[in-house]
Design a protein around this ligand. Structure first.
Ligand code: HEC
Ligand code: HEC
Length: 319
């Protein structure tokens, strides 16, 4: 091949090499893409996975129609409000899911699982009709029943029809069957939603200023003011009340005791112990002027017993 007048032959050779490499890369890309679709890679195929009458493709449509992805992840894709669902079918099994999905606002109990195991499809898919054996076979179900059975959940109760639930089961069976190379790691079902009092206590314990727990407890036994201070932290009162006179959600506690409090109904009251206790037990009984009703929750004796109440009042008096 001849070179044009005045041009360098090496330039053309370089260009040809570059094009050849590009073509090679393109070929590799196309071959790998095709290979990723080959069933011979032993990936689970959604069309081949069934639950009852439904296959996983139908289930995926239901999953999309209800926007489950708006709160959940599958192999890490989706939103993080609810737990990842990739392995839920393998962990908790069909009877647990069949009990959970139609009444998602409450966690299934052992009895609810027993009821589902009467169903022929559930029985067949679970491989057992015996509730005890089921719980051994699906430790995720046993764990959930034990830790949360019968309790309220944060998942909305969706108006799912029976056929939609069957389809969802097929889809979740499929995601459990996918080879995800061990992803996602096992979720901590015991740590998902700590009770409010616990989390505040944990936050307080983690705070830099707090003394080690045993020492604090020992000090509390002697000093009601210290106990009261710890209690208002644990009960979450300080989220709404400042310990000085500043207004947060509720009025500040500084200088409150024995002062004269103007009430919303135009009268006023002296903040003696009875008033303080009533303000905590029934906050709406005497509403402080300038504050709306029903904001502060009532703390009855199941939440604060008499001796803890004395400690809280002692603490309020110390401010
Ligand atoms: C508005 C958000 C929201 C939507 C939409 C939603 N979920 Fe949930 N879901 C949650 C939350 C939050 C939890 C955890 C509840 C808790 O811990 O109290 C949950 C829990 C679950 C669990 C139990 C998980 C486990 O590990 O115990 C399953 C199964 C589940 N959802 C399936 C679904 C399916 C299927 C859909 C769609 C049909 C769906 N969710 C739609 C919020 C949602
Ligand atoms: C969600 C916010 C909130 C929480 C939590 C809360 N309070 Fe209140 N509290 C208020 C509001 C708002 C008022 C004023 C309206 C009223 O009188 O009910 C108030 C009023 C009071 C009063 C009367 C104050 C005054 O100036 O007369 C006392 C005492 C009090 N709270 C103590 C507590 C204690 C103790 C706790 C925890 C056990 C607590 N509160 C938790 C919002 C809260």
């Amino acid at each position: 091949m001849s070179c044009l007048n005045g041009t360098d032959c090496r330039e053309t050779a370089k260009r040809r090499t570059a094009l050849a490499i590009l073509a090679l890369m393109l070929a590799i890309f196309l071959i790998l893409s095709l290979w990723s679709f080959l069933p011979s890679r032993q990936q689970a195929l959604p069309t081949l996975i069934h639950y009852g009458e439904a296959d996983a493709v139908q289930g995926k449509r239901v999953f999309q129609a209800y926007n489950c992805m708006g709160c959940h992840t599958i192999v890490g894709n989706g939103a993080y409000f609810g737990p990842d669902l990739t392995r839920i079918y393998a962990d908790a099994g069909p009877a647990w899911l069949a009990a959970f999905l139609p009444s998602a606002a409450g966690w299934p109990t052992a009895t609810a699982i027993q009821v589902q195991l009467q169903n022929a499809t559930v029985q067949k898919e679970a491989g057992t009709a015996d509730p005890q054996e089921y719980l051994t076979r699906y430790p995720g179900a046993a764990e959930r029943v034990q830790q949360r059975g019968g309790r309220h959940t944060l998942m909305p109760n969706l108006p799912l029809q029976a056929s939609e639930i069957t389809a969802l089961m097929a889809f979740l069976k499929y995601t459990s069957a996918m080879n995800t190379e061990g992803w996602p790691p096992k979720p901590h079902t015991d740590r998902r939603l700590p009770a409010p009092a616990q989390s505040v206590a944990a936050a307080a314990a983690a705070g830099p200023t707090s003394a080690p727990a045993p020492a604090a407890a020992a000090a509390d036994a002697q000093d009601p003011v210290a106990l009261g201070k710890r209690l208002v932290g644990e009960l979450g009162c300080v989220a709404c009340h400042a310990t000085d006179q500043n207004r947060l959600v509720g009025p500040g506690w500084g200088g409150l005791s024995d002062s004269t409090v103007a009430l919303a109904d135009g009268t006023s009251v002296t903040a003696d112990d009875n008033y303080l206790i009533e303000s905590i037990r029934q906050p709406d009984a005497k509403l402080v002027a300038g504050y709306p009703p029903h904001v502060m929750p009532p703390y009855d004796s199941t939440l604060i017993n008499e001796s803890d109440m004395k400690a809280i009042v002692a603490y309020l008096r110390s401010l």
